[in-house]
Design a protein around this ligand. Structure first.
Ligand code: UDX
Ligand code: ADP
Length: 465
């Protein structure tokens, strides 16, 4: 098999953009072209001002600056890039279906299918297709089926290469991953295709961290990895509610159990609930495929992880209402943070959206400050819920660029994202300008509650009585 010299990636989002940028940085002899249907997105990736690239990730702009124009290109010429490439990564979004069979559960593969058909139509040379999006098990088969029936004599090999990067740490995760997983057919041609992709990653990743499997194991491993991670958060969050009723402190419990090397210390941080584009979607998918095979107990088991997460978000909002004398109508509540975690501008499935929705139902007025999320995104997130009219969201929710202004005359502050900068604020100044009693609901347990209490704040932390 000859060496790959030309790669194309379809989809310039949170996965495709950073992943291809790092591949281009590490493999200067390979031409990498990232294409997207969205002209706005592509022109943002090409913006002369490197700070305007559409994905915020620490360290990413440096990587893009190094490779862009050298061997990394962003373009809307999808067909040209497909035709020229020897290897095509599919990195388009696969949201949960909002209609028909599997609504609210299965992944919508419309975009994937469109991609496969487009590849089939324009390809004139043999290609390796790499699934990079999180996809339900057996998607590779569907892609292969579409590609195999084009009848133009082109050979396609389909690989599954799930992405394990976490947002906010995408660049370090890509530069030194725990492992890279590549699934492919166990035929001679399939093994050659796997080797071609192994050779790319081997530019910078030790060989023993590059695992190869059959396609189905690779696809399922991605869903299961995310389900296990999310399950840890739901487990600790379930205990946080018990801690709030007893004298146990969730931070102490997490530390105590995390020192058991069989349990491990990561992903035990109690929070207002997990968000992000993957966890919920992937678990729903796992539930859906389990159910479709008639595995009711398996499906019910994993579904509880989501149910617990929804409960945690609702519970947090209800605690705010309860603590503000059972009414928040007309009260100003300031949200510090809107992103689903720190160091990203991504807001998909962020707990903040659902907490805001609950409070807006109670007629609260919400003030939002987030260091990286743009104003229009916050309104889009709320409008997407379809709970109230866009004009009402505009009226009830105001966005601020200055956190101190956002907190002025507020009845309460709620921490929804664990941005580091919140810890360094002049909390005395914030206190002085708030209505009293000034309350803080720390949904991430990042603030020093003792210190805030000495200023005069009433502080509520997750999992602490
Ligand atoms: C996740 C997986 O970690 C990654 O491997 C996969 O490729 C994509 O999905 P991501 O969603 O980007 O990554 O972020 P992650 O760090 O996993 O956090 C997900 C959510 O869980 C966030 O809302 C985060 O705040 C929350 N979380 C995480 C907790 O509430 N407590 C924790 O202990 C850890
Ligand atoms: P992810 O987190 O999986 O990267 P994003 O939504 O950030 O998801 O990115 C997916 C990108 O894929 C979007 O920019 C979208 O415009 C693009 N996209 C979806 N379908 C196609 C397609 N058929 N051709 C090219 N780009 C596509």
């Amino acid at each position: 098999m000859k060496k790959i010299t030309n790669i194309c990636c379809i989809g310039a989002g949170y996965v495709g953009g950073p992943t291809m940028s790092v591949i281009a940085k590490q493999c200067p002899e390979i031409k990498v072209t990232v294409v997207d249907l969205s002209e706005a997105r592509i022109s943002a990736w090409n913006d002369e001002n490197i700070d305007n690239i559409p994905v915020y990730e620490p360290g990413l702009s440096e990587v893009v600056a190094e490779a862009r124009g050298r061997n990394l290109f962003f373009s809307t010429e999808v067909e040209k890039a497909i035709d020229e490439a020897e290897m095509i990564f599919i990195s388009v979004n696969t949201p949960t279906k909002t209609y028909g069979a599997g609504k609210g559960m299965g992944a919508d593969l419309k975009w994937i299918e469109l991609c496969a058909r487009q590849i089939a139509r324009v390809s004139t040379t043999d290609k390796i297709i790499v699934e990079k999006s999180t996809l339900p098990v057996r998607t590779a088969e569907a892609i292969r089926d579409i590609l195999a029936n084009t009848g133009n004599g082109v050979n396609f090999q389909v690989l599954s290469n799930p992405e394990f990067l976490a947002e906010g740490t995408a660049v370090p995760d890509l530069l030194s991953p725990d492992r890279v997983l590549i699934g492919g057919d166990q035929t001679v041609e399939g093994k050659e295709a796997i080797q071609a992709l192994v050779d790319i990653y081997a530019h910078w990743i030790p060989k023993d961290r590059i695992l190869t499997t059959n396609v189905w194991s690779s696809e399922l491993s991605k869903l299961v990895a995310n389900a296990f991670l999310a399950q840890r958060i739901s487990s600790i969050n379930s205990i946080s509610e018990l801690c709030e009723k007893t004298e146990a402190d969730i931070n102490e419990v997490a530390k105590a159990i995390g020192t058991d090397s069989r349990i491990g210390s990561k992903f035990l941080k109690a929070s207002v609930g997990f968000g992000g584009s993957c966890f919920q979607k992937d678990i729903l998918n796992l539930v859906y495929i389990s159910r479709s095979f008639g595995l009711q107990e398996v499906a019910d088991y994993w579904e509880r992880v989501i149910i617990m997460n929804d409960h945690q978000k609702k519970r947090f909002a209800h605690n705010i209402v309860k603590d503000l004398y059972n009414t928040v109508s007309g009260k100003k509540i300031t949200f510090l943070g809107w992103a689903f975690k720190k160091d990203t501008n991504d807001t998909r499935e962020s707990a903040a959206i659902y907490v805001a929705d609950e409070l807006l139902n109670e007629q609260a007025k919400i003030r939002v400050y987030d260091p990286k999320v743009k104003e229009h995104q916050i309104y889009e997130d709320l409008d997407y819920l379809n709970t109230r009219k866009p004009e009402e969201n505009k009226e009830q929710v105001k966005i601020f660029e200055d956190p101190y202004r956002a907190c002025e005359n507020a009845h309460a502050i709620s921490i929804l994202t664990e941005w580091d900068e919140f810890k360094d604020y002049d909390w005395q100044r914030i206190y002085d300008n708030m209505l009293k009693p000034a309350k803080i609901f720390d949904g991430r347990n990042i603030l020093d509650a003792e210190k805030l209490r000495s200023i005069g704040f009433k502080v509520t932390s997750i999992g602490v009585k």
